[in-house]
Design a protein around this ligand. Sequence first.
Ligand SMILES: Cc1cc2nc3c(=O)[nH]c(=O)nc-3n(C[C@H](O)[C@H](O)[C@H](O)COP(=O)(O)OP(=O)(O)OC[C@H]3O[C@@H](n4cnc5c(N)ncnc54)[C@H](O)[C@@H]3O)c2cc1C
Length: 457
Amino acid sequence: MPTTRLVIIGGGPAGNTCATVAATLGAEVTLVEREIVGGAAHLWDCIPSKALIATGGELSELRRAPEMGLRAEGALDVQALKLRISSIQEQLHASLTELLNSQGVRLLSGTARFKDEHTVVVETEAPSGGGLEELEADFIVIATGSRPRVPGFAKVDGERILTTRDCYPPPEIPQHAIVIGSGVTGVEFTHMFDSLGSKVTLLVSRQQVLPIKDAEVASVLEEAFLERGVALLKGARASAIERDGDIVRVHCEDGRVIEGSHAILAVGSVPSTEGLGLSEIGVELDDAGYVVVNHNCVSSQKHVYAIGDVSGKLPLSSVAAMQGRKIAEHLMGMHNRPHRNLDYDKAASAVFTEPEIADVGLAEAEAFASGRKIRVTKVPFTANAKALIKGDPRGFVKIVSDPATGVVLGGSIVGGNAAELIGVIALAVTAGLTVTDIVDSLLVHPTLSESLAAAAS
Ligand SMILES: Cc1cc2nc3c(=O)[nH]c(=O)nc-3n(C[C@H](O)[C@H](O)[C@H](O)COP(=O)(O)OP(=O)(O)OC[C@H]3O[C@@H](n4cnc5c(N)ncnc54)[C@H](O)[C@@H]3O)c2cc1C
C-alpha cells in the first residue's frame, strides 16, 4: 500500500497531536508552522497565562502567611517573571520538537496556503530555508487556531490598550486594569492582575460573570472578587475606548465612563482562516469564518480536515488535542463511525481563578431546562479536613447523576485544586461509572478528593 501523505497547517495542540499520532500510525507527515510548534497555546494562551496566575497565586499565599502561622513578605520581580515564562516555553518547545522529530514528522517553518485541492504552498522561513516550497498530499489538516477578537471601537496599542497577547507580562503591571469581558479569559485576567497587585475593574456585560456557567458557581467567584476589592460593573457593555496620555477611559453603552491605567480586551476570538485560499478550493466557512466540519472534523472537501479552534467547536487545548488524535486515526482508516471521544458535552473545563472552578458533563440548570430527572448531591469544602488544614475551605463539590441507575452525568467543583479534582468526575462521565463506584474507592485521608466521595454518597 502506498504511504499516506499528510500535510498539517498549524503546530498548536491540534496540529502537533495529529502529527505525532498520524506518524505513529505510518503516515508521512509534514507539519507547517509559522511561529513555534506548541502554537498560540504555548506562546500566548494557556501556558503564559497560567504561569502568571501561578506567580499571582504564590503572592496570594504570601499574603495569607500570618493565617498559616508565618511571617513572610513577597514582591514581584517582573524581569524574573519574564525569564520564568520564557524558560517554561523553551522547555515545552524542546520536548515537543524532540517528540515530533523522534516520530519522523518533518517540521517546516513558514506560512502555508492552498495552491489547489491537493497542494499546499509554503513560504518558508529560517531554519527551513526561505522561498517557496510545494507539498502534495493525500490529506490536508487545517489547524491554524484563532486570535483575540478586537472590536471595532478599540484601537489596540500594545502599551495601554491591550489584547491578552500583550500581557505576558504587560509593559508594566497596571495600576488600574479595566478588563472588558467576563467570560473565562476575562475572569482569569481579573484574578491574575488582582493577585499581581493591580486595582481591577471588570466590565460584565450581563448580570453574571461567566454567563454560561451554573449561577451558583459564578456567585462564589463574584463574592471572592468583591471581597478582594475588584469592582464588578454589571450590565456594562463597552462601546468606546480612548487614551489620554497615561489614562485610559472606557465608555459604556449606558453612559458610564471608567478611568484606569490600562484596558484589557477579553471579548472572544476569531478563527485564523484568512489567506489560506479555502474558498478557492471549495472548503466551506460559516458566517463567523470557522471551517464547517462534520462529526469527524471533515470539511466540505472530504480529504481536508479542520481541527482545534478553527473548527468552531469548544475552544480548548484539550479538545484541540483530542480532535488531533481522533482525526489522525480517522484519516488512517481506523474509524468509519462517529467517535465517542469527540463528544464535546463530556469535555471537562476549568477556570483558573481563586477559588478555581471546574466542571464536566451535564449541568444542573441544563437538566432542569430540558426537564430531565436528575439527582444532585453537593458538599461544601468546609466539611473537608484538608481544606481546613490548607486554610481555604471555600466552595463545594456537586455531582449530577441519574436517579434510576446512579450513572454520573456531570459535576462542578469550586475550590482549591478544582481543575485537578474534576478529572475523577470526567473519568466517571466518560466511562459511565456510577456514584457507587466513586463512593467505594478507597481514597487517601486527608485529601480534597474525599469531598468527591462525600458528594457521591
Ligand atoms: C488567554 C487564553 C488562555 C487560555 N487558556 C487555556 C487553558 O488554560 N486551557 C485550555 O484548554 N485552553 C486554553 N485556551 C484556549 C487554547 O489556547 C486554544 O483552544 C488552543 O490554543 C487551540 O489550539 P489550536 O491547535 O487550534 O490552535 P493554536 O494553539 O492557536 O495554534 C495554531 C497555530 O497555527 C499557526 N498558523 C496559523 N496560520 C498558519 C499558516 N497559514 N501557516 C502556518 N502556520 C499557521 C499559528 O502560528 C499557531 O501556532 C486559552 C485561550 C486564551 C486566549
